[in-house]
Design a protein around this ligand. Structure first.
Ligand SMILES: *[C@@H]1O[C@H](CO)[C@@H](O)[C@H](O)[C@H]1NC(C)=O
Ligand SMILES: *[C@@H]1O[C@H](CO)[C@@H](O)[C@H](O)[C@H]1NC(C)=O
Ligand SMILES: *[C@@H]1O[C@H](CO)[C@@H](O)[C@H](O)[C@H]1NC(C)=O
Ligand SMILES: *[C@@H]1O[C@H](CO)[C@@H](O)[C@H](O)[C@H]1NC(C)=O
Length: 378
């Protein structure tokens, strides 16, 4: 199967934003993203992503001066965030927009721990991948489109408290647009993080759900989304991108989205945001695997997010000559056990009780490095 239908759908919705705005300079062009270095410690090779916590370092914002300080803050009274905001506003001045360049601040957050994360730890990754993840749950925990565990809720409350503190004490700018993956662990995380805040009237928390931000569509039931009705019943204030279908038409029970398709999708959803949303300060609530592909599309260095973690990126987007899109396989088979495996060995894989109908190696048998492991990408 060549080219994913999701990518086609994303490209098709691009001109029809709710605001009607579209980035004229990018019409008929491709967009090249750069993560601008020197503003956040996360893009410094010396910063270790493992164990990094946004809440101990002001989201990683570097203490520094900006060319705009002299004019914006002649008496040295403004905070780092205020001075940074003024600088980004300057970068985004009308003349750079005409030149086909724009800047946005993207805060990419990973959801708090969900029941699928707990179950993967409980069963071990090989057994999770080859059998348990394909089930709806185990009679005690449900991990089909899972909710947050109590620990996951605590992670979201921590973000809530930290944002409130930054707004209050550091005058950090409020987000202008919020996006979320449609999966419950993300909408719930975004809601617990932002819904109870008193926000400026022109910057309300009315997140827009986009399919492009969802997790890699493995055959795991945690990556199949609930219906549009379910989502809007849980969160009546949530908005949906144009063309968002009632049922999940993208997830396939026995076929996994390929990494190539996932990467193209991550680039496409960013293209969509940059061509339809004129705002600068943007929050995105997504997943580990999605964040990895988004950062890659933004030409940011790899920076793996633990559950509940958040990374800011100053993005420069340039409209460039139309680049060819390589063709790719959108899906691949995924073999599983049809009963709990007899054995499952970390780094090696499962031995099924009965033989399966497919001949490809069992998932997780490859012992791939952590940052490409499909299982804990979720
Ligand atoms: C995109 O930007 C990168 C720098 O981030 C540059 O190396 C590359 O040549 C650019 N690509 C195009 C097509 O302009
Ligand atoms: C930036 O300055 C503040 C206050 O002066 C300090 O608390 C903080 O540790 C500094 N941050 C970094 C990343 O150096
Ligand atoms: C189901 O999985 C959860 C982990 O998510 C575990 O705590 C629980 O004990 C499991 N229940 C059964 C019946 O194995
Ligand atoms: C959304 O967040 C609000 C504020 O924290 C909370 O009262 C409400 O229960 C949350 N809704 C859901 C469905 O989690």
């Amino acid at each position: 199967m060549k080219t994913s239908s999701l990518t086609a759908a994303l490209l098709a919705v691009a001109p029809a934003a709710a605001t009607g705005w579209s980035w004229a300079a990018a019409h008929g062009k491709s967009i090249n993203f750069t993560s601008v270095p020197g503003y956040f410690v996360q893009d410094d090779e010396a910063t270790n992503p493992t164990g990094f916590d946004y809440a101990s370092v002001n989201f990683g914002l570097i203490n520094r001066t900006y060319p705009t300080d002299k004019r914006f803050d002649p008496n040295g009274e403004k905070t780092q965030w205020q001075r940074f905001e003024a600088y980004v506003k300057f970068l985004n001045s009308a003349c750079s927009k005409r030149r086909g360049v724009q800047y946005k601040l993207l805060f990419i957050g990973r959801h708090g721990e969900g029941w699928h994360n707990a179950a993967e730890s409980f069963y071990g990754t090989p057994a999770w991948n080859c059998y348990w993840a394909e089930q709806q749950g185990n009679g005690t925990a449900v991990w089909a489109d899972p909710l947050l565990t109590p620990a996951g809720e605590v992670e979201a409350y921590k973000a809530n408290a930290y944002f409130k503190d930054r707004y209050e004490t550091q005058k950090m700018p409020h987000f202008e647009t919020y996006y979320s993956s449609p999966l419950s662990r993300c909408t719930i995380t975004a809601n617990l993080t932002f819904a109870d805040m008193s926000l400026p009237a022109d910057r309300p928390f009315t997140p827009i759900v986009k399919e492009g931000f969802r997790e890699g569509m493995t055959v795991h039931t945690c990556n199949r989304r609930s219906s549009k009705t379910y989502i809007s019943t849980m969160f009546p204030f949530i908005q949906f991108e144009d063309g968002f279908t009632e049922e999940d038409e993208l997830w396939i029970a026995d076929q996994a989205e390929t990494d190539a398709a996932f990467r193209v999708r991550a680039k496409a959803v960013l293209d969509d945001v940059f061509t339809t949303d004129p705002k600068t300060w943007i929050s995105i609530t997504a997943h580990s695997g999605a964040a990895t592909r988004l950062l890659s599309a933004l030409n940011h260095r790899p920076f793996r997010l633990a559950t509940g973690q958040i990374i800011p990126v100053l993005v420069k987007a340039e409209a460039v000559a139309l680049q060819p899109t390589p063709s790719f396989d959108s899906h691949e088979p995924y073999s599983t056990c049809d009963a709990p495996p007899i054995t499952s060995i970390a780094g090696q894989g499962c031995v099924c009780a009965t033989s399966t109908s497919t001949s490809t190696p069992l998932p997780s048998a490859t012992g791939e490095p952590d940052d490409e492991c499909p299982a804990d990408d979720e």
